[in-house]
Structures are given as structure tokens and as C-alpha cells.
Design a protein around this ligand. Structure first.
Ligand SMILES: Cc1cc2nc3c(=O)[nH]c(=O)nc-3n(C[C@H](O)[C@H](O)[C@H](O)COP(=O)(O)OP(=O)(O)OC[C@H]3O[C@@H](n4cnc5c(N)ncnc54)[C@H](O)[C@@H]3O)c2cc1C
Length: 401
């Protein structure tokens, strides 16, 4: 039985390797940030061809059920697919919030009609979703959100504002938390899906210091969304939101895994130089790179273990908060080390004196700062770890009680 399984996996590896060789455009090898929101919104013809090929196979969402377009693969097959992508210096072109957050949430809480409507376009990568959670007065304390949804006939009518909505200017749909009962806090929140082309939605991109706009303010004025776009029960949205955030955190934790492109060791060899024994010339930097690589390896093993545990437990748990904090911190460490290695070349923002790889590193370093804020800040994850995993009291008043 085990030998059969090994042969079957070996056959699958050969199939995947041949398929990637035949379909992955050479122009995309080692492409930096191919899955940034901008790159997904404005794809090149080669990126578009790769997305369509993977989408049609269902391999972009390898473990999702086949009835919604996924490949229905086991975790072992999924690992092989990822492994072969890395080997070919390729990437999975199906991603974004639909894959990372909404899809798994609909598989757990959605109606059959919602799954059939929304999952296939996500599997094909045909459209992007955005997340309408945060509001000007509701960030870490998300349950104080105020955006209202009132039942009128066969629809909900939405009024209010969301903020920091990443990619809202390019998203076709939004999953939103709305207030459907003003007399209760957590138990007055519902989870609804909204077509961003609906009348009454105004998206205002927020211009950042670097000139780009990765997130937006979104204003809703009498926006109608049909009642069949309510996920779960009325006023039952908080539990669904918590679950979705676990999926988000577990997805964000993958930032801790080794990045595409050159390793720190290779970069240091090129920019700092090597000594007569072929080691990175700067001993202190060498020690820090080794320590970072060891932590990355430990993180990857832990991530594999928690992914296995999550599968057995039918989804991620509060442990996703530990992994989010660890993964994003590793991402920031790597970005910091990269800038140090690049030296003067790590100070460029634009211009001819800087290579593409150098400019990307500077942007990664700055983007890295946000990773410990979005998806719930590092401090809030520490609170979740303290309360739900370590069982510590909620606050000083609890300690006195
Ligand atoms: C790049 C980026 C993209 C984002 N994209 C989205 C998106 O697509 N959709 C969306 O809905 N939101 C998005 N957000 C918003 C994000 O979820 C919030 O910024 C985050 O939850 C923190 O909320 P806040 O900014 O209101 O900060 P606040 O809640 O005001 O927190 C300010 C500071 O106080 C700390 N703090 C707050 N409460 C506690 C506490 N109880 N204990 C200890 N410390 C505390 C926080 O850790 C933080 O350091 C994005 C944010 C960023 C930076």
C-alpha cells in the first residue's frame, strides 16, 4: 500500500514537472512580486496565460473540492506541486483574498448556491475580492464597527464607511462586516457579500508617501445587496469573521518562508564579497544570516506541522496568531538584512543607478513594516495567544476578580 502510494506520488511529481515545463512562460522565471495587487490588476500577456493555464487545472487551489473547480488533491500532492513550482522558479498565479480568506470561509459557512456562484471564479483567478472589515473607529477593536445594513424587501441596504480596504479599486466583490443590530456589540454583526459594481459605492484610493495606493476608503450610500448574499445567520457574523481572520493569519504567516529570488547568502556573496575560504567576508553578518536561515528552517517545519494539525482539526486555530507573528517578524528580519547587505544600493527608490532587484528590496523593506499591523496587529495577536492559548486572564480587572 505504502509502496503504491509512493509510486503514485512519484508519478504525480513527474506529471507536474512536465506540465510546468510545458506551460510556465520563461519570461516569468524569478519574477519579483508577481502576486502583488498591482501585478494582478495589470498582468502581462504571459502572466495572463499562466493564470489561465493553472486556473483551468484547478491547481491554484489544489486542495479545494473538484465540484467548485479545485483540484481535490491531498496535502502530499499539494506539497509536491509547491515543491515543483519552487524548483522551476515559478509561482502559483491564483491568489489574493478570495483564495486565502473567503474561499475557505464559504466552504465552511456558505450556502451551496453561494459556493457555486463565488468559488469557481476564485479558482480560475478571474476576479479579486477585497475585505471590508476596518472602519475609522474600528481597527483592533473590530467589533465596534458601525456600518449599517437594514433589511428592505429582498435586500440589505448598506450605509457607512470602510477604511484601509486593500485593493478595493481593483476588486470585483467585497466581503463585509456590517451592523444589523445596534443594541448588541458582537452579536449585532453580520457577514455579507457585496458586488463592488453596485450603485452607491465610492472608492477613494489612499495615496501613500511612495506615490502608490495599495488601499482605499470605501463609502457606501444606500447600497443594495440581495439577502441571499448573507453568509451564515443574521447577527451571526462575528464568529465567521474570527474564522476568516484565522485563515488570513495562517496565510500571512507564509511570509516567513524562504522568499523567491536570490538567497541572503548569494546576495551577501555578491555585494559584501567572500574571504579566502569562500565564506561571507563580514563575520558578524555571516553569523546573522546563518541564524536567520536556521530560524526560517525551524519556521518552515513548524508551519508544516501546524498545517497538518489544522487539516486534522478542519481548519486553523488560535495558533495562527503565533504563526502570523513569527512569520511576519521573519519577513521583516529578512528585509532588514537584505537592505544591510545591499549597502548604498539598498537606498534607492528609483533611477538608473539601481537594479530592479535592489528597488524591489527597498519596497519589500517598507512594505514589511505593515505586516505586523494588518490582519490584526502584533500586540493584538499577543493578546489572543495570552488568552486563548496560554489561558491568561483577559485584563487587570479579571486578575482582581
Ligand atoms: C497595509 C495595510 C493593509 C490593510 N488592509 C486591510 C483590508 O484590506 N481590510 C481591512 O478591513 N483592514 C485592513 N487593514 C487595517 C488593519 O486590519 C488595521 O490597521 C489593524 O487591525 C489595526 O487597527 P488600527 O489601524 O485601527 O489601529 P488601532 O486599533 O488604533 O491600534 C493602534 C495601536 O494600538 C495597539 N493596540 C490596540 N488595541 C490594543 C490592545 N487591546 N492591546 C494591546 N495593544 C493594542 C495596536 O497594536 C496598534 O499598535 C490594513 C492595514 C494595513 C496597514
Amino acid at each position: 500500500m505504502e509502496a503504491d502510494e509512493g509510486r503514485e506520488l512519484g508519478g504525480f511529481r513527474a506529471e507536474v514537472r512536465a506540465w510546468i515545463a510545458a506551460n510556465f512562460p520563461k519570461s516569468l522565471v524569478d519574477m519579483s512580486n508577481p502576486m502583488s495587487r498591482e501585478a494582478m490588476a495589470f498582468p502581462t500577456p504571459d502572466q495572463e496565460a499562466w493564470r489561465k493555464a493553472v486556473g483551468a487545472k484547478g491547481w491554484g487551489t489544489p486542495t479545494w473540492p473538484t465540484e467548485y473547480g479545485g483540484a481535490g488533491l491531498s496535502r502530499a500532492h499539494d506539497l509536491i506541486w509547491r515543491d515543483e513550482l519552487a524548483r522551476a522558479r515559478a509561482y502559483n498565479p491564483i491568489g489574493g483574498m478570495g483564495v486565502m480568506m473567503l474561499g475557505p470561509t464559504l466552504l465552511e459557512f456558505g450556502t451551496e448556491a453561494q459556493r457555486r456562484q463565488h468559488l469557481p471564479p476564485i479558482v480560475r483567478g478571474d476576479l479579486q475580492w477585497c475585505q471590508g472589515f476596518s472602519e475609522p473607529g474600528a481597527g483592533s477593536d473590530l467589533a465596534s464597527l458601525q456600518m449599517k445594513a437594514e433589511e428592505v424587501g429582498d435586500a440589505f441596504v448598506l450605509n457607512g464607511q470602510k477604511i484601509w480596504t486593500s485593493g478595493a479599486q481593483w476588486a470585483r466583490w467585497c466581503f463585509c462586516l456590517v451592523r444589523t443590530d445596534t443594541t448588541k456589540k458582537h452579536d449585532g454583526i453580520s457577514f455579507v457579500l457585496v458586488d463592488m459594481a453596485s450603485e452607491g459605492i465610492e472608492v477613494r484610493p489612499i495615496k501613500l508617501i511612495g506615490g502608490n495606493s495599495s488601499f482605499c476608503e470605501v463609502f457606501f450610500t444606500n447600497v443594495r445587496t440581495p439577502k441571499d448574499q448573507l453568509v451564515g445567520r443574521l447577527n451571526g457574523g462575528w464568529n465567521i469573521a474570527k474564522r476568516l481572520l484565522q485563515h488570513e493569519r495562517s496565510g500571512l504567516s507564509s511570509m516567513g518562508e524562504a522568499a523567491l529570488g536570490r538567497s541572503l547568502k548569494d546576495l551577501a556573496g555578491a555585494y559584501v564579497g567572500v574571504d579566502e575560504q569562500g565564506r561571507i567576508a563580514d563575520a558578524e553578518l555571516r553569523a546573522r544570516i546563518i541564524s536567520h536561515e536556521m530560524e526560517t528552517a525551524i519556521f518552515q517545519l513548524t508551519a508544516q506541522r501546524t498545517a497538518r494539525e489544522a487539516k486534522n482539526a478542519n481548519g486553523p486555530s488560535s495558533a495562527s496568531s503565533i504563526m502570523k507573528n513569527a512569520g511576519t517578524r521573519l519577513f521583516q528580519d529578512r528585509a532588514e538584512l537584505t537592505i544591510e547587505i545591499l549597502g548604498y544600493q539598498g537606498l534607492g527608490w528609483e533611477g538608473e543607478g539601481f537594479a530592479e532587484e535592489e528597488l524591489t528590496s527597498v519596497r519589500d523593506w517598507l512594505t514589511g513594516k505593515a505586516t505586523t499591523i494588518y490582519g490584526g496587529s502584533q500586540e493584538v495577536q499577543n493578546n489572543i495567544i495570552a488568552k486563548r492559548i496560554l489561558g491568561l486572564p483577559d485584563s487587570l480587572s479579571d486578575m482582581k476578580a
